[in-house]
Design a protein around this ligand. Structure first.
Ligand code: GDP
Ligand code: MG
Length: 168
């Protein structure tokens, strides 16, 4: 059996929930005070796509994104990308275009999804559904709304990307 492995990079401003998403997806846990200093290189999870085993390798940043200091090594060989922003952080939404550009500079065009996280806080939202959908359309990316906290749609993000990669 040939094993398929997909490296996925997860980018977005600090505090949007990237590390939490990786912990949730790979370990099934959510902690409110996940320490960003406990930077792991990556975690992985194996899933099945069209009857084949696919190993999803999720690469985390150790908070360097806040200093715009993500190295080329982080992006190297990435085959799929998650652009993440938070429902309650306007600046993180406005930064999505820049994040897409950064990833494209290092990885060319790879399957990419825009994730609007913290959808459980929709009552405190600082973005409209309309502008989020417009951005996704303009950037030609699938939009998935998630709550890492309540485990809503997290698995769909990686299933979507793995399926996309598998079809290439
Ligand atoms: P990162 O800097 O992008 O890696 O973000 P973290 O994973 O460190 O998360 C930042 C904060 O947001 C933490 O306090 C998380 O517990 C919290 N958080 C992450 N996802 C969610 C979510 O879906 N809903 C809510 N309410 N909080 C979340
Ligand atoms: Mg983090």
């Amino acid at each position: 059996d040939i094993e398929i492995a997909i490296k996925v990079v997860i980018v977005g401003n600090g505090g949007v929930g990237k590390s939490s998403m990786i912990q949730r997806y790979c370990k099934g846990i959510f902690t409110k005070d996940y320490k960003k200093t406990i930077g792991v290189d990556f975690l992985e999870r194996q899933i099945e796509i069209d009857g084949e085993d696919v190993r999803i390798m999720l690469w985390d940043t150790a908070g360097q994104e806040e200093f715009d200091a993500i190295t080329k090594a982080y992006y190297r060989g990435a085959q799929a990308c998650v652009l993440t922003f938070s429902t309650t952080d306007r600046a993180s939404f406005e930064a999505i275009r820049d994040w897409k550009r950064k990833v494209e500079n290092e990885c060319n065009e790879i399957p990419t999804v825009i994730v609007q996280n913290k959808i459980d806080l929709i009552e405190q939202s600082v973005v409209t559904a309309d502008e989020v959908e417009t951005l996704a359309r303009n950037l030609n990316c699938r939009l998935i709304r998630t709550s890492v906290k309540e485990d809503v749609n997290v698995a769909s993000v990686f299933r979507y990307l793995a399926t996309k990669c598998h079809q290439l």
